[in-house]
Unconditional design. Structure first.
Length: 315
């Protein structure tokens, strides 16, 4: 039975984790390039140097002694985001949406004190939220105000767009929509919605939440299919540039749409997950094989973007 299932998945072009690791991550992602994406501060600096827009960086806390300076650093900012430089899956990210006197309001509406904020930073530095538990840094960034197109289909947090890029060609995308169950995080494992995206138009297709196919947001009860993502071709262009930026052949690019600044690059992932196939109800392997056959004729970023829109769009 298991062998029959494996054959059916291969026939459908579904990419499994073992083949992803061996034929795409190990083969196309040089290990010495990983720090460029595993450290969010390095990623941000690299993007800024390349002229790619990112959320503004207010400051970095690297050692315990600097926590004493935190109150002064935050004095000019009514809202901000604190995130671990080596975090993953949204763990350890703290979003502050405002303040009343000496209290900070979180995205959930709850309030925390300066002392609790300091403690969160201390935990971040100790590696509580980082990959492998190694010592970390805390980044303090501007809060993103997402594009109004997502108002009806998100809960509290900021939706983002994940694009898988292979050898510089965007091959598949999904938009991740926070829910009450995900505590406002755009993380599918924690209960966010993943909606596949038509590569030609940027319009959302089928969507999943957990193991269920859904047509509407569980909290807002609004349709999550047929949402047209603004600046779609621009987003694809940024994703394609991230290959040139890092020299990683197989990479996940996470982007957001700010209502004022437009498309912003959030972070990169050298080991992007495979649940994007579930959100799109389509296998990655077939698309990756198409890119391997045609990459020789795609010399520029524009070539790669146009190819992706034409080749992988829904007819």
């Amino acid at each position: 039975m298991m062998l029959a299932l494996a054959r059916r998945l291969r026939a459908a072009g579904v990419l499994g984790i073992n083949r992803r690791n061996a034929d795409f991550i190990a083969a196309w992602n040089p290990r010495h390039r990983y720090p460029l994406v595993d450290d969010k501060l390095l990623t941000k600096q690299l993007a800024i140097q390349a002229g790619i827009a990112v959320p503004e960086l207010y400051g970095v806390i690297e050692i315990e002694h600097q926590i004493r300076e935190l109150a002064g650093l935050l004095e000019q900012h009514g809202e901000f985001v604190i995130k671990p430089a080596h975090g993953s899956g949204g763990i350890g990210i703290l979003v502050i949406t405002g303040r009343i006197r000496k209290l900070f309001r979180k995205a959930s509406g709850d309030f925390i004190t300066q002392e609790e904020l300091d403690h969160h930073i201390s935990n971040t530095l100790s590696g509580l939220f980082s990959l492998g538990g190694a010592q970390d840094k805390a980044l303090i960034e501007a809060r993103v105000h997402f594009d109004p197109v997502f108002e009806a289909v998100t809960y509290q947090g900021v939706p983002d767009v994940r694009i898988i890029v292979f050898r510089g060609v965007p091959v598949m995308a999904m938009v991740r929509l926070p829910t009450r169950a995900s505590d406002g995080r755009a993380n599918l494992h924690q209960g966010a919605i993943g909606a596949g995206v038509d590569m030609a138009t940027g319009r959302t297709l089928t969507a999943v939440c957990g193991n269920d196919v859904v047509t509407e947001h569980p909290d807002t009860h609004q349709p999550v299919t047929g949402v047209e993502i603004p600046n779609w071709q621009v987003l694809l262009g940024i994703a394609a540039r991230c290959h040139d930026l890092t020299q990683l052949g197989y990479v996940g690019v996470d982007l957001v749409l700010d209502r004022i600044r437009g498309p912003l690059m959030l972070e990169l992932n050298a080991r992007p997950g495979l649940n994007i196939q579930i959100a799109n109800r389509c296998g990655l392997l077939t698309r990756l094989e198409v890119v391997e056959r045609e990459i020789g004729s795609l010399s520029t970023i524009d070539d790669r973007v146009v190819f992706a829109m034409r080749q992988f769009g829904i007819n």
